[in-house]
Design a protein around this ligand. Sequence first.
Ligand code: FPP
Length: 259
Amino acid sequence: MRKFWTGVFQNRKRKVLEQKLLAQVDRTKLPRHLAIIMDGNGRWAQKRGLPRTAGHRYGVEALRKVIEASVELGIPVLTVYAFSTENWKRPKEEVSVLMDLIVEYLQKELDELHQQNIKIRTIGSIKELPFNAREELAKAEKTTAQNSGLKLNVALNYGGRMEILEAARTVARQVETGVLQSSEITEELFSSYLFTAGQPDPDLLIRPSGEYRISNFLLWQLAYAELYFTDIYWPDFSKEEFYRAILDFQGRNRRYGGV
Ligand code: FPP
């Protein structure tokens, strides 16, 4: 019984803190695009004597909270790194659980995401994913295509270098066939060949789990992003953490190479 009341009390305390932080967020200075590397699921699980896959399961809960908070705040674009081109090197069973989680998540949450006016897009080389994952992702994109709220990019089998190479190949082909002059290749034009075409570049990248690198994520797009690192593992990433990151971002002085 004592444990129960301690839990209730802690939950209340957390809510109060969350509201306090939220009240400090300046809604006129939000990142137009927020990118997140959802890292630390495996270590979170290992610390609790659980299989790594349990960490991914709890990681989905953290993602749900962050999507909700982004919608509530009115952040225009959110990109989450769910599976990199390098993640295929993981044990077969872990890869399979991750793919199943994506399918499960979409089957369970698509209606809710749609109701929240979220527009889902996958970025990455989708054709290598299992059939059922591709099917659910295609359904999610189609169902939400006309939505005008949060743009949610889910990076799957994504690699930044691969994205840049693909764009470079397409541009090169257009030059070869005379559709383009090399002098016409500008940053804007090149950006329009990336998965994120038409979207603003991320203003803020969040990476939890105490790692300080960008791991082949949005290499082109992150050129001027503010980077926010925290030691918390992704499954523990709460709305409180989310607001802390936004507040930290709002306190930065962005100069873009100027003074
Ligand atoms: C990195 O943690 C996390 C991943 C490779 C997977 C992220 C996926 C999810 C949160 C869930 C699935 C997503 C959707 C869209 C439903 P890690 O396993 O590398 O952790 P570690 O560094 O502690 O080992």
